[in-house]
Design a binder for this molecule. Structure first.
Ligand code: PHE
Length: 470
């Protein structure tokens, strides 16, 4: 057994705190804002099915691998990968997993913060009673008014970035840890209340049918890639966020057990959000494929009609902000940990540096909804004609960088790291569970990611194949 390292950044006080933090990272805008709208964009049931398959076959094994590598290396992802590659006698090339993750984290945070800013803006609208009695058209107008105003978006984006930087500067453990303990269960409760409301819209069944009856003629090759990319995005995988959190995990904690819990909670929140939203969409004649504005154009209708709507509406958007907040801090933690380790920066300085850079990049997303809404930076490429800066950043990170990072992590964990090392770190013995994971991470997981990439090139038709099965 290798000598046990410890992290210079400290450790979670218990396994339970790690689960909270990692669930905090996983559950965010991805579950409540992104999952419903990409499901709507990609035709519903078949997309949901592919997404669930990806969570099981790709997400869970890779999450175990990331936590394992993190705890073994006990440093920022860049240095963890450098150390573990050296110990395995492999090429230093593997540290590029860490670098690509840092870049992906920057890019994601830049637009994540803008969208979280929308949620912040909606807290005040909800609290001010702006939703009372509104219908479909009015909520759409309200949303356009917000996103077409660059100054307002900029202000909210700035506020959210300051919130994120402040927490990262203080260290992940103080403050937010306590808040998350109360807020996560509350978020859950309010989603259940919203599902209750959705049951009474008269369109509950239609919503369920849309979500759970797969129709593979509705799913394009790009849709398959988006479903897989989202499995990475929603579980915070492929960029080092979970790896860095794993590096603070106490020695005794079970990696398999914690991973299952996190993946389960994350999936549950996404499904609940979608089940709450689509009946409202159908009941009000809204468009399932309305795009990134979907929850902002549906939830207000529900809050405007239900008793106690002002309270629930405010609470919902506050919780959405918190969910986004706990995800955002994990997006820059890999970069901050690296700056502290390699350049001797104080956490405060490192956090501000990263926050400011990401804020600047975020301006491009702010303008993607107004001044630059018709500017497609890679418009000359097929498949990118309709992508603004925001669309481009989202596509590049979620659908390309995260799956690529995840693929490399799987290959490293399955083929480069010695088998004894993973047996030792996962603490599952050499039994069925370990072997199942080992088989997945060596063969099935990389193969699945590879096939989805192949699918987009048009050489393979996964949607068609799955359609034969279901
Ligand atoms: N998982 C987060 C969400 O669903 C986003 C995220 C991606 C966070 C990658 C960290 C790393 O909102």
């Amino acid at each position: 057994m290798a000598e046990r390292r410890s992290s210079i950044h400290g450790q979670w006080s218990s396994k339970f705190v790690f689960i909270l933090a990692a669930t905090g990272s996983a559950v965010g805008l991805g579950n409540i804002w992104k999952f419903p709208y990409i499901t709507g964009d990609n035709g519903g049931g078949a997309f949901v099915l592919v997404y669930l398959l990806c969570i099981a076959v790709i997400g869970v094994p890779i999450m175990m691998a990331e936590v394992m590598l993190g705890r073994r290396g006990r440093q920022s992802p860049i240095n963890t990968m450098t150390t573990l590659a050296r110990e395995a006698g492999a090429s230093p090339f593997w540290k590029w997993i860490g670098w690509m993750g840092v870049i992906a984290g920057f890019l994601i945070l830049s637009y994540y913060s803008v969208i979280a800013g929308w949620a912040l803006a909606y807290v005040f609208r909800a609290a001010g009673g702006a939703f009372t009695g509104v219908g479909g058209e009015e909520v759409q107008r309200m949303f356009s008014r917000l996103v077409s105003d660059p100054e307002r978006l900029l202000a909210w984006h700035t506020l959210f970035m300051v919130m994120t930087t402040a927490v990262v500067a203080r260290g992940v453990r103080s403050g937010l840890e306590k808040a998350v303990r109360i807020l996560m269960p509350l978020l859950f409760a309010i989603l259940v209340i919203l599902v209750g409301y959705a049951m009474n819209t008269g369109h509950f069944e239609q919503g369920l049918r849309f979500l759970f009856r797969p129709d593979f003629s509705q799913l394009s090759a790009d849709g398959v890639l988006i479903a897989m990319g989202h499995a990475f995005f929603t579980l915070s995988l492929g960029m080092g966020a979970i790896m860095v959190y794993g590096s603070y995990l106490p020695e005794k904690a079970s990696i398999a057990g914690t991973t299952f819990t996190i993946a389960l909670l994350d999936t549950l929140v996404a499904i609940l959000a979608a089940v709450a939203i689509f009946p409202i969409v159908f009941a009000n004649g809204l468009e399932p494929g309305a795009g990134p504005g979907l929850i902002f154009q549906t939830m207000p209708i529900a809050f405007g009609q239900m008793p106690g709507g002002i309270l629930f509406g405010t609470l919902f958007f506050v919780l959405l902000v918190f969910a986004a907040w706990t995800s955002a801090i994990s997006l820059i933690e890999p970069a901050v940990a690296w700056l502290v380790e390699n350049h001797g920066y104080r956490r405060l300085t490192a956090a501000i540096l990263v926050g400011v850079l990401s804020w600047c990049l975020g301006l491009l997303t702010v303008f993607s909804f107004n001044l630059l809404e018709n500017f497609m930076p890679l418009g000359f490429l097929a498949g990118f004609q309709d992508k603004t800066f925001f669309g481009l950043f989202d596509y590049l990170t979620a659908n390309i960088m995260l799956p690529l990072g995840g693929l490399l992590i799987a290959i490293f964990a399955g083929w480069v790291l010695q088998r004894e090392a993973s047996v030792d770190e996962l603490r599952l013995g050499d039994g069925l569970l370990y072997r199942g994971w080992y088989y997945l991470i060596r063969y099935l997981t990389p193969l699945a990611v590879g096939l989805v990439f192949l699918d987009v090139t048009g050489l393979l038709d996964i949607g068609g194949l799955l359609g034969l099965l279901f």
